[in-house]
Ligand binder design. Structure first.
Ligand SMILES: NC(=O)c1ccc[n+]([C@@H]2O[C@H](COP(=O)([O-])OP(=O)(O)OC[C@H]3O[C@@H](n4cnc5c(N)ncnc54)[C@H](O)[C@@H]3O)[C@@H](O)[C@H]2O)c1
Ligand SMILES: N[C@@H](CCC=O)C(=O)O
Length: 386
């Protein structure tokens, strides 16, 4: 990317900063603060960025990564710029974080692994020739918030897609939903009838909507959640709920109703085709919006369904920190690269927004250049003249 990069600071970012000035530069820091505020200048990037990348694909997504790599090579990405390095995760992590040449890590995966990598980088800081840039895209506990003014059909269709496509193994998949009690009986019927139509089977068959989950570990984790749902008095399985690993790791698309909005199934990531719904008293929707914001440590995606424009505005205000990608009357997943830069805050990642200009900036080392076209005729400044 060449040319001016326009910042778009929102007036409602709400960042509060503690600036600790140097003990010996207290007065000048105060003056600088006054000058710097409101003066954010565009940056210019060089076209010769020259970054060379080691791409370690996930152990369980080797083939799709290999195909994507070959597409890039055929499209003209020169040899040696992106280097495909299938490897054991911890071995790869130890190797790169132990190299003085490490310039940055772009990680997609769990919070635990990203924290582990960042810790390793911190421990090895003295080793590096530059400060490594850390970009992380981690998990989510993505929500659909439904208001009584919502279009019921949109909610039903959007939720089936978001919660169950890719077997719910998408960081942005909807896994918790809040529905007004007055709408719930009808919406429940609509969701359950659609789940019955969902075809589960071979991913090669284009009429299949949901295939097996990725591996045995994933299957075991989701199965534990299904067992939890069956044994908990606050939870009721209203669709699906079964799984079978006799050939492939198949988990039925599952809908659970909860009477407790803070149940752990409403807080923790499942990464599978499991949706939990909390029906709330219609008139309590503002309290529920606050609850949506506070229930989970993640901040990846969320959606509000409402035809009332004031409710949409209010929901957006209350939920502005709860989702890096926020959807209005649309499902909480399926952001399009180059159109909807993607990423989340809180424990969902560093929110650098893949597919947007901020991302490129993160991996650049901008250089500012000044050239003078007049001779330097004096070392004294004008204000020093008597
Ligand atoms: N926010 C996003 O854009 C996004 C996109 C897809 C998936 N995800 C998240 O990814 C998670 C699922 O992925 P997962 O279960 O494969 O995560 P994971 O953390 O187990 O593994 C992710 C990758 O890290 C590697 N790895 C493991 N240990 C490592 C180490 N010590 N050093 C270096 N690399 C190491 C693995 O081999 C794998 O390639 C979910 O939480 C999901 O939400 C996020
Ligand atoms: N663009 C995708 C990103 C998912 C995770 O990588 C989506 O929003 O569904």
């Amino acid at each position: 990317m060449i040319g001016p990069f326009k910042p778009y600071p929102s007036p409602s970012q709400g960042n509060v900063v503690l600036w600790k000035p140097s003990d010996t530069a207290m007065l000048s820091s105060t003056l600088w603060f006054c000058i710097a505020i409101g003066q954010f200048k565009p940056y210019y990037l060089s076209p010769s960025q020259g970054n060379v990348v080691l791409w370690k694909p996930s152990d369980t997504a080797m083939l799709s990564s290999w195909i994507a790599y070959n597409v890039m090579r055929e499209a003209g990405v020169p040899e040696g710029v992106i280097n495909f390095v299938p490897a054991d995760g911890p071995t790869f992590g130890d190797t790169i974080t132990g190299s003085p040449h490490l310039a940055g890590i772009n990680f997609t995966g769990s919070v635990q692994t990203f924290q582990h990598l960042w810790r390793q980088v911190g421990q090895n800081l003295g080793l590096y020739k530059t400060f490594p840039r850390m970009v992380g895209e981690c998990g989510g506990k993505n929500y659909h918030f439904v208001h009584s003014s919502a279009d019921l059909e949109s909610v039903a269709n959007g939720t089936i897609r978001s919660a169950f496509e890719y077997g719910g193994q998408k960081c942005s998949a909807c896994s918790r939903m809040y529905v007004p009690s007055s709408m719930w009986p009808k919406l429940k019927d609509e969701l359950v009838s659609r789940v019955k139509e969902v075809k589960m089977g071979d991913a090669d068959d284009f009429t299949t909507f949901i295939s097996a989950v990725i591996d045995d570990k994933s299957f075991g984790r989701i199965k534990n959640w299904l067992d939890h749902a069956r044994s908990s008095s606050n939870l009721k399985v209203i669709a699906g709920g079964n799984c079978d690993d006799s050939r492939g790791y198949f988990v039925e698309p599952t809908i659970i109703e909860t009477s407790d909005p803070k149940e752990k199934i409403m807080q923790e990531e499942i990464f599978g085709p499991v949706l939990t719904v909390y029906p709330y008293p219609d008139e309590k929707y503002r309290e529920v919006l606050e609850m949506v914001n506070e229930t989970s440590p993640f901040g990846l995606t969320g959606a509000v369904f409402a035809q009332d424009a004031n409710v949409v505005k209010e929901a957006h205000e209350i939920l502005k920190m709860s989702a890096g990608n926020f959807y209005i009357n649309d499902k909480s997943t399926g952001s399009v690269v180059m159109q909807q830069p993607f990423g989340g805050a809180r424990l969902s990642g560093t929110n650098d927004k893949a597919g947007g200009p901020h991302y490129v900036l993160k991996f650049c080392s901008p250089q500012a250049i000044k050239e003078s076209h007049v001779p330097l005729t004096d070392w004294k400044y004008d204000n020093m003249q008597a």
